[in-house]
Design a protein around this ligand. Structure first.
Ligand code: FAD
Length: 498
């Protein structure tokens, strides 16, 4: 560990970071690498979140890795199973010994003369500051703050005498059996929590300001079950994965082209699962179009079942104030609550909070343009994993890791050391994430932009990205250099160089 230099430094040991390390080990076996992980465990999201019912809301045939079949019959899986799958992958592919736990990467400085990053990390366990160098920096740090979830300022909250919990920091010892619970929110977390807590609580109320599209899907996939019976595990996994990719793309395209049709379908599907006379329009018919925000999946319709059984209810209203006993709404209605869960979202955070500098100049993320959704204009030898917003995260993470390996091999083959995306010559730039969800809108100004067309445009389309990232050119929109060429030369040049 003396010089602490590696070819590739991966930041984050969640689903993406572990996958990136496996790709690197298999596709660039000669490269040395280390993984810096701020926490003391593997798994990221799937280790952090421990609220009742925590589960995926996309199917595991696409949320699983391309190289490791998901063999559990549950297509929508619980957090424990996903955590175990990520850990098992790290063990099976010998990634564990490369991970440095409790190392939070805080800053990275690129030096063109040596073609190296110097990365500064802080050890939360010992208080030490640690420095490493690497030729290529690959961040897999997720997309939100780990230390703090998002909670709006609720009037009167200080006088509330009950228990207030954020799902990101779930207390191990919270006993809600027989208690009145209010879950504030209408996103994936709220629709997961409500039926799970309703199994033991006296009653659970989901309090939402406005509705979200909610769709019931089977937790087991009969097609995947049949494929597993007839085909070897790898082939069965591939078939189930492509079936779900195709359905997902078709569903997204239909939502974009004929939103009215999809709206009516979702409304009818919800209505069919709720008691007659239920006010579907008030509670389950959003004002926005499907996929302007992510759809919420409820496995086997568990949310609708809890509502139909009277164990849970939905209230669509705004909070006037917290009281000592609960919440008073703008309509004047009072919701008594022993426990209030604020399922109000995440705080978006780019690059796990790391700052970057290139040849002494600070990188302002908001002024950069994302290249193929994974590199940044003017930032050499750097890649980041950001998953799809309309499909499983891992589909994109796998492609990004494969692309990084292709790039590294190309550098070696051509005797170059540096690859830098060149900013596109256009002012037609838009936010990198095109969702209208609150957590996106709160932070989008601080994030990189995307351009009008490939390779600067994110198409959120896996089959198209497979062609682009696995088989497409490596030389469009980037410049390759030998060590010593300053990065500013690359950012101001109009041409590309293979
Ligand atoms: C409750 C919940 C449910 C979700 N369900 C789905 C789903 O069903 N389908 C889907 O596609 N997506 C889902 N997502 C999105 C989900 O985050 C991704 O699927 C996936 O887990 C992201 O993996 P990741 O490794 O990129 O990021 P994370 O899981 O966030 O892991 C990032 C890791 O990087 C570490 N890290 C961060 N910053 C630093 C730093 N500066 N230095 C060192 N280490 C750092 C973190 O400690 C963490 O271990 C969900 C998200 C949440 C919060």
């Amino acid at each position: 560990m003396a010089a602490d230099h590696v070819d590739v430094l991966i930041v984050g040991a969640g689903l993406s970071g572990i996958g990136a390390a496996v790709h690197l080990g298999r596709e660039c076996p000669g490269k040395t690498y280390a993984v810096l992980e701020a926490r003391g465990a593997i798994g990221g999201t799937w280790d952090l979140f421990r609220y009742p019912g925590i589960r995926s809301d996309s199917d595991m045939y696409t949320l699983g890795y391309s190289f490791k079949p998901w063999t559990d019959p549950k297509a929508i899986a619980d957090g424990d199973s996903i955590r175990a799958y990520v850990r098992q992958t790290a063990r099976e592919y010998d990634v564990e010994r490369h991970i440095r736990f409790h190392h939070r990467a805080v800053r990275a400085e690129w030096d063109s003369a040596t073609a190296r990053w110097t990365v500064h990390a802080h050890r939360d366990d010992t208080g030490e500051d640690v420095t490493l160098t690497c030729a290529f920096l690959f961040t897999n740090s997720g997309y939100y703050r780990y230390d703090e979830g998002y909670t709006p300022r609720f009037p009167g909250v200080e006088r509330y005498a009950g228990t207030l919990v954020h799902p990101q920091h779930w207390p191990d010892d919270l006993d809600y059996a027989g208690k009145r619970v209010v879950v504030i929110g209408s996103g994936a977390t709220a629709v997961t929590l409500v039926p799970a807590m309703a199994e033991r609580a006296a009653h659970v109320t989901m309090l939402q300001r406005s509705p979200t599209y909610v769709i019931a899907l089977p937790s087991r996939d009969p097609f995947a079950d049949a494929a597993r019976r007839w085909l070897p595990p790898k082939a069965a996994y591939a078939v189930a994965r492509w079936k779900n990719v195709t359905l997902g793309v078709a569903n997204f395209q239909l939502s974009r082209r004929a939103p009215g049709v999809v709206k009516r379908f979702l409304r009818r599907a919800a209505k069919g699962r709720l008691p007659s006379g239920y006010d579907v329009d008030r509670h389950f018919s959003p004002r926005y179009n499907p996929w302007d925000q992510r759809l919420c999946v409820v496995p086997d319709g568990d949310l609708f079942a809890a509502l139909s059984a009277g164990r849970a209810s939905v209230v669509t209203d705004t909070i006037d104030t917290f009281t000592e006993q609960g919440i008073r709404l703008a309509s004047g209605e009072e919701l008594p609550a022993d426990v209030v869960v604020t399922a109000t979202g995440l705080n978006l955070l780019a690059l796990g909070g790391m700052t970057l500098a290139v040849d002494g100049a600070e990188v302002d993320l908001a002024s950069t343009v994302a290249y193929k959704g994974m590199m940044l204009s003017g930032v050499p030898n750097f890649a980041m994993t950001i998953g799809y917003t309309n499909a499983s995260w891992t589909l994109k993470a796998d492609l990004v890791a494969t692309y990084v390996c292709r790039l590294l091999r190309h550098l070696d083959d051509t005797g170059r050391q540096i690859v830098t995306p060149l900013a596109p010559d256009t002012d037609d730039l838009v936010p990198i994430i095109d969702l209208q969800s609150g957590y996106v809108l709160r932070a989008v100004d601080q994030l990189p932009k995307q351009g009008p067309q490939a390779p600067w445009r994110l198409h959120q389309n896996y089959p198209r990205d497979v062609r682009l990232m696995r088989h497409g050119p490596l030389t469009d929109g980037v410049r390759f250099d030998r060590a010593g060429v300053p990065a500013t030369a690359a950012t101001t040049s109009g041409g590309t160089d293979a």
